[in-house]
Design a protein around this ligand. Structure first.
Ligand code: AMP
Ligand code: ZN
Length: 471
């Protein structure tokens, strides 16, 4: 079966045909690093990381680029509040964001470019747009993109320009009175006091938001790419403007497929920091566990809105635990299995089990339907739980384990607890437990022992000190 992707550009599911056979070039708009990310921001990260894993499973070589926006009004505001350089803020929250991504098993992109490192490319592209008449310089040195000159403006968001024109007086914000047209958007703007700035032919200043993605995408992936992705709030104006800039400057189509995830909502309202309804990703991860968060994000199709609630998070945690328990049982049986070879009955059963991989692929081929893909994993879990027994052969149990790992890996779900615990982490917890015992905090000491036990680590108090082993 071939992979189909819902393309926002054509508003239809299309067969995925890469520009170059066997290779996929994908750009995902990344976060603005001015604070800790909220759990809504992790939805595109998890969804598109899973999609990337699936593309690799299908044999594609994937070049995955995702930026960090490190120059922005919010970063500057925070830096002024703290009395530090904007760079201090953006560096700090880039690092914090990377920690959250790692916890969620989101693989680092092939390249994670930073806007501030790409100013040269932005100046070049703006220069080209000026030369081609797609941009103009206002009296104060601001450079605007002339939206109406780009004949396809509105093609992604399917917006009618005259409606936009009539209804968008609000787009003309203070300081933008020098625009020729209210649809025009900023490519470069003059600095204000205390703001970071770069030299340019037009004024000392900084780039508008949209130009960075056009430039980074071109630099790391080329003028034409396969897939461009992000949250649906980016369709207009961000992605619409990226298309205008890139296609006007390069004279080529920009991205073939545009994928947009729906929002993570709270009580049917988009989770966002400015609404004050954002839960810090880190707190949610600590409370429910990173894998439960990942499971939760994949439990709905990426284009369906998803509501964030404690009940749904608990349900996700239980769902994930069911897979882990099944894997634990498999490992337990594998450790004890006496028989090596498959029996005839097991051979037939394995043929049946193989069908789950095909059905998983079918779900993912259908516009990355992770909700259906997880259902297939549960069917496999049920199969594993009912068809394995003490007498099962190693070959049978091993094949089922590989199959379960194959599918959970594509989802980025870590289902073998033991693999998660590093030796150094065990040592750290043992030291903490010793400290707790000294302070007669036996409840904490016991909790550490039990937590480790749940991860397959057994502690033994001996005269020479604490010894531990994996079971
Ligand atoms: P931002 O830092 O606001 O530019 O957001 C980074 C990424 O997170 C973008 O792709 C946004 O579309 C996405 N995003 C922000 N809020 C949500 C939300 N509540 N649900 C899903 N995606 C979101
Ligand atoms: Zn972008």
């Amino acid at each position: 079966m071939s992979l189909k992707i819902y393309n926002t550009l054509t508003r239809s599911k299309e067969e995925f045909v890469p520009l170059e056979p066997g290779r996929v070039k994908i750009y995902v708009c990344g976060p603005t690093v001015y604070d800790y990310i909220h759990i809504g921001n992790t939805r595109p990260m998890i969804v598109f990381d899973t999609f990337r894993r699936y593309l690799e499973h299908k044999g594609y070589e994937v070049n995955y680029v995702s930026n960090f926006t490190d120059v922005d009004d919010k970063i500057i505001k925070k830096a002024l509040e703290e009395g530090v350089d904007a760079e201090v803020i953006s560096r700090r929250f880039t690092e914090e964001c990377k920690k959250d991504m790692e916890a969620l098993n989101v693989r680092p992109a092939t390249v994670h470019p930073f806007a501030t490192q790409e100013i040269g490319g932005m100046l070049e592209m703006i220069e080209t747009l000026l030369e081609k008449g797609y941009a103009y310089v206002a009296a104060d040195g601001t450079v605007y993109f002339r939206a109406r000159k780009f004949k396809d403006y509105g093609k992604l968001s399917h917006k009618n320009l005259d409606d936009l024109q009539g209804g968008n007086r609000s787009l003309l914000v203070t300081g933008e009175e020098q625009k020729e047209d209210s649809l025009d958007f900023v490519l470069w703007k003059p600095k204000k006091d205390g703001e970071p700035y770069w030299e340019s032919p037009w004024c000392q200043g900084r780039p508008g938001w949209h130009i960075e993605c056009s430039v980074m995408s071109k630099r790391y992936l080329g003028e034409e790419i396969d897939i461009h992705a992000g949250g649906e709030d980016l369709i207009f104006p961000h992605h619409e403007n990226e298309i205008a800039q890139s296609e006007a400057a390069n004279g080529k189509p920009f991205a073939r497929y545009w994928m947009h995830n729906a929002f993570l909502n709270v009580g049917n309202k988009k989770m966002s920091k400015s609404q004050g309804n954002g839960s810090r990703a880190r707190e949610v991860i600590d409370k429910y566990g990173p894998q439960a968060v990942r499971f939760f994000m994949l439990s709905a199709h990426y284009r369906s809105p998803l509501n964030f609630s404690p009940e749904l998070m608990e349900a996700a945690k239980n769902g994930y635990e069911r897979i882990v328990t099944s894997m634990e049982n498999l490992n337990y049986l594998l450790d004890k299995a006496a028989k090596e070879e498959l029996t005839d009955e097991e051979k037939t059963l394995l043929q049946e089990a193989e069908a789950y991989v095909g059905r998983f692929d079918e779900a993912m081929d259908d516009d990355c339907n992770t909700a259906d893909a997880l259902s297939v994993i549960f069917e496999l879990v049920k199969f594993v739980n009912t068809k394995t027994k003490d007498e099962s052969s190693k070959a049978f149990l091993g094949a089922l384990k590989r199959e379960l790992l194959l599918l959970t890996d594509i989802c980025g779900l870590i289902v073998e607890r033991r693999a998660e615990v590093l030796d150094e982490d065990v040592e750290k917890l043992i030291a903490e437990r010793q400290g707790a015992r000294k302070e007669k905090n036996f409840a904490r000491a016991d909790q550490i022992r039990n937590d480790l036990l749940a991860k397959g680590i057994v502690l033994e108090d001996t005269r020479e000190g604490v010894k531990w082993k994996r079971v």
